[in-house]
Write a protein that binds this ligand. Structure first.
Ligand SMILES: Nc1ncnc2c1ncn2[C@@H]1O[C@H](COP(=O)(O)OP(=O)(O)OP(=O)(O)O)[C@@H](O)[C@H]1O
Length: 278
């Protein structure tokens, strides 16, 4: 099966003073796939996300995002709000950033604010008329309902987001990002702090996103049970450089990855240790 490249990161480097957080990194993410970015603490994963989503301007390198062969965005040259609005890249953060005083449903509708304002023609008359705004408002509610159901939050729709259990808040954040109808969804440690049941519900939601919308996902995650279970493709970083790239089976048995995770310099030694454990 041919894979269409969605994201091409080429020779990306990011320097903070004397620290090379990302060092000549190249990798691809493909349409409709879940790509995981993994690596030990401080490997540079969040910095890569920040470069892709325009929070940082990379020191060097290119980030190409292809909607089609004719429509390619150079993300490293775009401000963050354009990356969200035009290139359609959405993200969540390591710490939850919901509107906690608003209800679950309101959080999902607020995410569609841009689309609704555009339909109003940015006028009060547009809001009260029977034109495109009403149609968009209806479709916004339908989309919110769809993601409420996929995130298993329909029963909590009218509760303040801040009252939800932690795992449900994580799912709501993802549902909210999906209401912006992204081409690429970047998730920074979505399974952090979840119990096994919540982790399972998260996996289900991510699978539903892939199968039902075809949205591609770029995932930073430390929980290997989540990574190995749902990823199509894994890129491993250590000290800002790529040390492995392939499917879960390849990455899992790569001596360089095992050595990086065990903090052992000698790759043969690392493989022996893992062999002794499993
Ligand atoms: N704004 C910044 N200023 C200075 N140094 C930074 C900045 N952001 C990140 N770093 C440094 O860059 C390196 C990579 O950090 P980054 O947060 O990208 O790693 P990570 O792989 O996401 O780590 P973790 O898994 O712990 O979240 C670290 O040494 C970090 O201290």
């Amino acid at each position: 099966m041919t894979r269409n490249t969605l994201l091409e990161v080429e020779h990306l480097s990011m320097k903070f003073g004397g620290l090379m957080a990302i060092n000549d990194l190249s990798f691809n993410a493909y349409e409709g796939e879940i790509t995981a970015l993994i690596g030990p603490n401080g490997a540079g994963k969040t910095t890569v996300f920040n470069c892709i989503t325009g929070f940082y301007k990379p020191t060097m390198g290119m980030i190409r995002f292809k909607h089609s062969e004719n429509k390619i965005y150079q993300l490293e040259q775009m401000p963050d709000f354009r990356i969200t609005a035009h290139a359609k890249v959405a993200r969540t953060f390591q710490n939850i950033r919901l509107f906690s005083g608003m209800t679950v449903l309101e959080n999902l509708l607020v995410a569609q604010h841009n689309k609704l304002m555009k339909a109003s023609g940015f006028t009060v008359l547009g809001l009260v008329g029977i034109g495109p705004y009403r149609k968009e408002a209806k479709s916004a509610i339908e989309l919110a309902r769809f993601w409420l159901e996929k995130a298993n939050l329909t029963e909590r729709a009218d509760d303040p987001a801040g009252d939800l259990p932690y795992g449900a808040q994580r799912r709501l954040e993802i549902a909210r990002a999906m209401c912006t109808e992204p081409r690429l969804l970047c998730l920074d440690e979505p399974a952090a702090g979840l119990n096994p049941r919540e982790s399972h519900a998260l996996n289900e939601l991510l699978r539903a996103i892939r199968t039902e919308t075809g949205t591609s996902i770029l995932l930073i995650e430390h929980d290997m049970s989540v990574v190995m279970e749902i990823s199509d493709h894994i890129v491993v970083l250590e000290y800002g450089q790529k040390i492995s790239d392939g499917d879960p089976a390849h990455v899992k048995s790569d001596p360089k990855v095992i050595a990086a995770y065990l903090g052992v310099d000698d790759e043969e030694e690392a493989v022996k240790i893992v062999g002794g454990i499993v």
